[in-house]
Design a protein. Sequence first.
Lengths: 431, 274
Amino acid sequence: MPEKFDVVVVGAGPAGTACALTCARNGLNVLLIERGEYPGAKNVMGGVLYRQQMEDLIPEFWMEAPLERPVIEQRFWMMDKESVISFGYKGLEWAAPPYNNFTVLRAQFDQWFAKKAVEAGALLINETVVTECIVENGKVVGVRTDRPDGEIYADVVVLADGVNSLLSKQLGFHKEFRPDEVALTVMEVINLPKEKINDRFNLEDNQGCTIEIFGDSTKGNLGTAFLYTNKESLNIGVGTTLSSMIKAKLKPYELLDYLKNHPMVKPLIAGGESAEYLAHLIPEGGFRSVPKVAGNGVVVIGDAAQLVNAIHREGSNMAMHSGLLAAEAVIEAKNRGDFSESSLNSYREALYNSFIIKDLEKYKDAAHTFEKYPQYFKEYVPMMNQAASKFFTVDGTPKRDKQKQIIKNMTSEKGTLRVLQDLYRAWKAVK
Amino acid sequence: MHIVVCVKQVPDTKIIKINPKTNTLDRRSAPAILNPYDAHAVQEAVKIKKKNGGTISVLSMGPPQATEVIKKSIEIGADRGYLISDRAFAGADTLATSYALSKALERIGKDLPVDMIICGKHAIDGDTGQVGPGIARRMDIPPITSVIEVTEVNQQEKTVLIKRKLTRGYELIQSEMPCLLTVEKEINEIEYSPMPNMIKAAKYEPIIWTVNDLENVERTQLGLKGSPTIVGKMFTPPRPEGGKKLEGSASEQISQLMEILMEKKDLLTIPSSK
């Protein structure tokens, strides 16, 4: 007779682990299934972990979690071929508890996080692939795995199986995602001595810096690049929507090579040794791509539910928070003894009332706008770089004349009306 | 039929790095795994149990996190697992390790007499292959090394038929039980563990013994104190330089080769024994 659990969670990433941890703490009988050799073996993200949603789960986690550096500086680069416009914020208040966010290496962090769920009483099983949900009378009653005697039954199945969630697709919650709904990101971990990182990024030992790079970093395509500092390594990566990559015939590894050899980036990573190369799809469809998240005996969380805010590079925090909200709904459902869709819809309600869906709703047109009107990355970024160069070059021209010239250059190339249209459209997309 | 399998937690030497300054293993650079040969030992015990019934225990010595390899053994199909873990065992060489393990085996045998002990051929971190035979010697049972097949177990007669790998061919031997086997990798294929085993392993809490749980232990024979082995020097062997590749047609290559050989005549003459 196969075992029956209160909850089976598929996938031990941030979402699944947060959900398993919360359920186990509340006395539920939880099985957490991971396909990798260990949690974190298969996961990829740029490397920024936000503090707040993690602390909701484990107060003062920074005392014991394997973190790299607290981020005290966030820079943004608008990059042209041989220049950048740089702006950002650096503040020492982020260098002390409670911090704002941290750089992490997922292979280590996810293992530690999953251990917390195990200590709370969840059972963790690695190297096991869930092949499908077991559906009886229109209700999900368990999962089937690729192991012999691999059926597991549960009151609720939590799908945290990541981007491209095959299990929620099997249930008809979403169709195959379109190429403009997912980004392909490639990244490298580059080992570099601590002293070099501190010098090059102007940091102390326990301080980190993040740089988000737009424009030429993706050869003007819709996407971003990033460069984050770990203790003794850098995370460097670049991603664009799959549709842009197809349209521009870009090869992801060529894009990363291009970035690594860009004159603004090369000196920062010089002498480093590539330690890891990773690639992954990131769900970036936003608000309109969020699938059905609750059904009879099943909920969907994290990347599997497309919960990523690409504009603010937030994902793992949303994953964790959705895991927490789902766990709360499952616990309520358990108390009611009702695991139907209408009962589990309290998760959907909580999700839609949280910052997660509110933020995704705010930017619901952003990706679409920037995909449809490529001039923002392709034309305006170089134009602004030229303008900045002109404005800051001291050549005896009066500043007022320079301003006029810059504005004239912009409007003569595109026409005043079009520039205003573009500005209005961009503002509308992110307002 | 009670089989005890001795297992060890080792760093995964496929990925481990060596600290060039100290020439020691950088253990943080590699995950700890169940010694691959020991996995085959556990798998063989599972195969024997399938045919003959009985109980499989696993035994390991190491720090508290070595419980991981016991859980892994439960996944493969072991019934229960013991870990002996104590500062008194730390720093043990193969002599002290086999002593400590034999004392633990005595204790296990008091609860349920042991018919067979199985070990892996050797651990991939030390490569000595001495602990298995060391245990057999201390327990005064036959050690049977290089096992590639457990052909037959006769529980009435308390005998076992074993195929051993030799440099050329193999040998078939019969031994009385209890006996100790050390197994080669080709003895079996590790099976993909069924789900119930996985759940059992995830729930399983190994039995942990300290030195005080063992009986008649001579403390001077444990740990660093009981280890006469001294590591004189450790070094990373230099990578061999690549050879020269001859190019051109076959006859050109042959004449080039002849030239080289004629230059190095000393390679062609057999040194006379003086």
